[in-house]
Design a protein around this ligand. Structure first.
Ligand SMILES: [Zn+2]
Length: 141
């Protein structure tokens, strides 16, 4: 749930709440996306990583993946290994590819992700829809 004073942003029909945290994430994890209701998603980012656009975009990718309306992604188990062992699972491979597509499309903007702590102005670029991110967007392709 959103904390008092937290406002969600609407992204492709989902309400996304971004939250900076000082801990409370699983060991070694610096960001986390948690579905918390129908088409609602909470993104937690460990404060020292707040300006890491790839990380925040990765977490938004999980939110879009959780709440996609279209068919499942064609990104498969193992595809994300190109990014490193952490990303081998289907969901992690998808989220990292989402982040890659986001930066390619929108550049390194936190504002365009709807992040309230962004210091850039953004360009009004709209983050990708879940179905815009496919195997063709993996680095090998
Ligand atoms: Zn992830």
């Amino acid at each position: 749930m959103a904390l008092p004073g937290e406002r969600g942003v609407q992204i492709h029909g989902s309400t996304v709440v971004y939250r900076l945290v000082d801990g409370g994430l699983p060991a070694g994890i610096v960001g986390q996306a948690v579905p918390n209701g129908p088409r609602r998603c909470l993104v937690k980012v460990l404060r020292p990583y707040q300006n890491n656009v790839m990380l925040v975009a990765h977490e938004l990718g999980h939110c879009m993946d959780f709440q996609r309306l279209g068919p499942p992604t064609d990104i498969r188990e193992g595809d994300g290994c190109v990014y490193g062992p952490y990303f081998c699972g289907r969901m992690e491979g998808y989220a990292q590819t989402y982040a890659r597509v986001y930066v390619r499309k929108c550049g390194p903007s936190l504002a365009d992700l709807g992040v309230w702590w962004a210091t850039d102005e953004g360009t009004g670029c709209v983050p990708p829809r879940a179905e815009e991110v496919t195997r063709a967007d993996l680095p090998d392709n």
